[in-house]
Design a protein around this ligand. Structure first.
Ligand code: 5AD
Ligand code: SF4
Length: 468
């Protein structure tokens, strides 16, 4: 039923990964096309969506504490609608409606396109949970960006190329909340990127839970042409050729799915950024096997070496879990040693968190919380040293940043991201730096979390300026 939403405003709270951030963009864009407008704040919103994360228990609990506080938000004005989406929604479904009377509807990870209908139903007093799985790649199809769509980072965009995961690592809830691997046809991907480029996007990040597994089931079944997919490295090469696209990234790959084509692409495609986020999880073969990661440290080490041979300045970052059931002191020492050997530029490290429905939840050998905490602190201290020494190696080098805006520190400092995905704070020149565009920078200082640089005046040759 068509209702007029002309005066109604929405807001979305987003937790979790980049896929969730992008799902929020998709739903927001859809609502704009339906006549809604973005609220300046939650207080001004008639519709509030919470896009949830379930990767660790802390993220899930955040939803429950949010919902407690939102009872009052619901009562302050009528009609007000509250919807819950994302991984916790997929996991809990109807249970959320039963436990929380303030929730009007629940939408699963495959049902973003149903949000406008669910809101309309809610405005008519119907409470629904829609968490069916959808195996049709048309679930990736969304309208083009609405003129009122506000990009978080101008010049940069996420593009979904596959979703879901068939790897079933024993700690991970994602295969249960995002479903089976499904790849989107390359024509739809390229058409979206062409349209983004016409709107000024220069930097695209290809998204998928195991992004480099793109199309692998279609190859195995001999149906690549029929399904409209192609080898991942060929897709990257096509994207790099799109006019106006200057940077291509992908996240997150699985170490098992780096074929020679993808390794070579890092050496041959200037648009492919010299950064790979390559989740290791543990440096101990014993723990990797318990986790069912399907590689050992030797295979992982060889992959890192091949990638660095292909592109010698490649920045590799990783994810690590400490305190997985069965991880001994010795296993953890092996992780420390391996992280030191591989010299990751950065890492995200987490204490293992048991997740509903995952096999590791009931494993023997659960590690006491204080032991896991101590391991986490030691790992993060080591990573801090490695990151700072990488930043120091960069002093004096030239790079190019995508300008994101004035630095939060204020003053004449501006901020951007370089191709290695490092944050660079830089002193602006006489002109205001163009947000969403690429500007040349020289790195002059290193801090633990970012680089400090100076903008070049484009009319002054880099060498000329450097010799001053
Ligand atoms: N506990 C802790 N960390 C986890 N991750 C995934 N599942 C869990 C869990 N149950 C981490 C992994 C993954 C990242 C996105 O989150 O390191 O790569
Ligand atoms: Fe989770 Fe493993 Fe799939 Fe990554 S590869 S989403 S860690 S199951």
């Amino acid at each position: 039923m068509a209702l007029s939403h002309n005066k109604l405003k929405f807001h979305v709270r987003t937790y979790g990964c980049q896929m969730n951030v992008h799902d929020t963009e998709k739903v927001s864009n859809l609502l704009l096309h339906e006549g809604w407008s973005a609220a300046a704040s939650e207080e001004k919103a008639d519709l509030l969506l919470i896009n949830t994360c379930s990767i660790r228990d802390k993220a899930e609990h955040r939803l429950y504490s949010d919902l407690g506080l939102l009872s009052d938000w619901k009562k302050d004005k009528t009609p007000r609608v509250l919807g819950v989406g994302g991984c916790v929604a997929q996991q809990e479904g109807d249970e959320l409606l039963r436990r929380f009377k303030q929730v009007d509807f629940v939408f699963g990870t495959h049902n973003l396109r149903l949000v406008p209908d669910l809101v309309t139903a809610a405005l008519l007093g119907q409470r629904k949970a829609q968490i069916d799985t959808n195996k049709n790649p048309d679930r990736f199809d969304f309208p083009e960006r609405h003129p009122d769509f506000e990009e978080k980072t101008p010049g940069r965009a996420f593009v979904t190329i596959m979703e879901g995961c068939d790897m079933f690592c024993r700690f991970c809830v994602v295969p249960l909340t995002r479903g089976r691997e499904i790849s989107r046809g390359w024509e739809a991907i390229l058409s979206e990127i062409n349209s983004l480029s016409r709107k000024g996007v220069v930097d695209v990040t290809l998204l998928g839970q195991t992004v480099n597994a793109y199309g692998r089931h279609d190859v195995k079944r001999g149906v690549m042409v029929k399904k409209g997919t192609k080898p991942f490295s060929d897709l990257i090469a096509d994207i790099a050729r799109v006019e106006g696209i200057k940077r291509v990234r992908y996240t997150s790959p699985h170490p098992m799915f780096f074929d020679q084509g993808l390794i070579d692409a890092h050496g041959s495609l200037p648009e492919l950024c010299p950064h790979v986020h390559l989740p290791l999880q543990s440096g101990s073969n014993h723990v990797l096997e318990l986790m069912r990661r399907r590689y050992d440290r030797e295979t992982f080490g060889r992959l890192v070496q091949k990638l660095r041979e292909s592109r010698k300045d490649l920045a590799i970052t990783t994810d690590l879990i400490v305190g997985f059931p069965g991880e001994s002191d010795l296993d953890f020492e092996e992780t420390l040693e391996f992280v030191r050997d591989l010299r990751f530029v950065d890492s995200y490290s987490f204490k293992y968190s048991p997740r509903p429905g995952t096999p590791a939840k009931g494993d023997p050998g659960q590690v006491p919380a204080e032991v896991a905490q101590e391991r986490l602190e030691r790992l993060q201290a080591l990573q801090g040293d490695l990151t700072l020494s990488y930043h120091r190696e960069r002093i004096g080098s030239r790079t190019e940043v995508l300008v994101t805006g004035p630095s939060r520190k204020g003053g004449s400092q501006w901020q951007g991201r370089d191709p290695y995905n490092r944050v660079v704070n830089f002193t602006r020149g006489a002109d205001e730096p163009p947000v969403g565009e690429l500007v040349p920078i020289r790195v002059v200082e290193a801090t633990p979390h970012s680089l400090i640089g100076e903008a070049f005046v484009p009319s002054v040759g880099l060498n000329e300026r450097e010799s001053q």
